[in-house]
Write a protein that binds this ligand. Structure first.
Ligand SMILES: *Cc1c(COP(=O)(O)O)cnc(C)c1O
Length: 415
């Protein structure tokens, strides 16, 4: 376990979180190298002996140090913008092992990706297919493409994060895929390299994942008999993690299920996990500013807020909250809402938690490694938090805290 108590203090690997707060201040995101490596290892072990590639979904946590760690482990990347490609390159990632997903790629982003030798562009519409062919023709190069196909599978997840149904904006309809592949095959500027899908996020069961992979495989077989041969099958990301009492099936169950769907076919299999690699590898460290008892609710007002971690108000997400110092002597336990200083009633990190905490105590908001820092904002002119990466007994500052001056450095008063 990467976040455990040692001698009464919650630690990231071997480093007590109160030492990190002292050195780097709060609020602060703290990530564990070991936790990322171990989640990555669960995939690679289950994939042993297969032609496979893990393309880490950069949007889950795009800190350069996290990307560099994953690149060192051999990962490719799944990106959704030119900005994310720039990050991957800056972190030493391989463009050739990078997939470019997303419904709204601009001309400039497509040019940038082709110029840098992107491994594959995941095409999400017919108009995009034509645009990529036009740009490739102008640049006199061939564009490697795959279609993101919507298998129309209900991933039984939250409606905002379910992306595999017919009504989503993502991907091309299953019924249109064959026609679009034939069209793509007729364009000499395009090199058809694969097929992909991504049915949603926070999947606890492998069954819908495997069903989607099966739908892709059927299509791959049909295309092959029509003379369109693909090299890879990208079964997506979306594997859930434990936040509270969910019991997601292990990563190996998803991998085995997808491999089962491929059967004896020789295609390279690609996974693009985000949350399952980094979600439980990070905590948000925050300090109690005020204890505010009330007639109907008690509040712990902390120095982290919805601008730092928006998942609780945005998705109604539940994050475990732990006191960094186990059983603080003398602090009376009560049921609290843990709230931030932002001027919104929706500014909460947790509700109805039994905690024993006093002013200046430290709390850790767990499972904050994915969709935490990347979704942070400067609302209320709050500088963004620092980020720290721990490896064993070493804590490295991997993003310094923003300064207030940086917040308005790009602004000008006219006249
Ligand atoms: C967001 C996304 C992922 C990663 O989803 P997780 O739930 O974080 O694993 C993978 N593939 C695509 C295309 C995505 O958009």
């Amino acid at each position: 376990m990467s976040f455990t108590y040692r001698n009464g203090a919650l630690c990231a690997e071997q480093v007590p979180l109160d030492e990190i707060a002292q050195r780097f201040g709060t609020p602060c995101y703290v990530y564990s190298c070991g936790a990322i490596e171990s989640a990555y290892g669960e995939f690679t072990q289950a994939l042993a002996g297969r032609d496979a590639l893990l393309c880490y979904s950069v949007k889950a946590n795009s800190n350069l140090a996290v990307l560099a760690l994953l690149a060192r482990l051999g990962a490719g990347f799944d990106i959704v913008s030119g900005g994310e490609l720039a990050r991957v390159l800056a972190a030493g990632g391989d463009a050739g092992k990078t997939l470019f997903s997303g419904v709204g790629k601009t001309e400039a982003e497509i040019e940038f990706a082709l110029a840098r030798g992107i491994g594959c562009i995941n095409v999400e519409s017919e108009a995009e297919l034509e645009r990529i062919a036009r740009i490739a023709r102008r640049l006199a190069r061939r564009a490697p493409v795959a279609l993101r196909v919507n298998p129309n599978i209900d991933a039984r997840t939250h409606p905002y994060i379910s992306t595999g149904l017919r009504e989503t904006k993502f991907g091309v309809a299953h019924a249109d895929a064959e026609r679009l592949y034939r069209r793509a095959a007729s364009l000499p500027e395009l090199e058809l390299v694969g097929i992909g899908c991504h049915i949603g996020s926070l999947l606890n069961e492998a069954a819908p994942y495997v069903a989607a992979a099966q739908r892709l495989v059927e299509l791959v077989d049909r295309l092959a008999s029509a003379g369109v041969r693909l090299r890879h099958i990208d079964v997506g990301g979306g594997i859930g993690i434990r936040y509270k009492d969910e019991a997601p099936q292990p990563i190996a169950a998803f991998v085995r299920g997808a491999l089962g769907a491929l059967g004896a076919r020789k295609h390279r299999v690609i996974f693009d996990p985000g949350r399952s690699l980094v979600g439980n590898a990070g905590v948000l460290l925050t300090r109690v500013e005020y204890v505010k008892p009330g007639a109907t609710r008690n509040f712990l007002v902390v120095d982290a807020a919805m601008n730092d971690l928006i998942r609780p108000p945005l998705y109604g997400a539940w994050h475990e909250v732990l006191a960094v110092r186990e059983m603080e002597a003398g602090a009376p336990a009560a049921v609290y809402d843990v709230v931030g200083p932002v001027c919104e009633s929706g500014d909460f990190l947790a509700k109805d938690r039994r905690l024993a905490a006093r002013e200046a105590d430290l709390l850790a908001i767990l499972s904050a490694g994915a969709y935490g820092m990347v979704m942070s904002s400067n609302y209320n002119s709050r500088p963004r938090a620092a980020e720290v990466l721990v490896a064993g007994a070493e804590a490295h500052l991997v993003r310094r805290r923003e300064s207030v001056e940086e917040l308005f450095a790009a602004e000008r008063i006219p006249g």
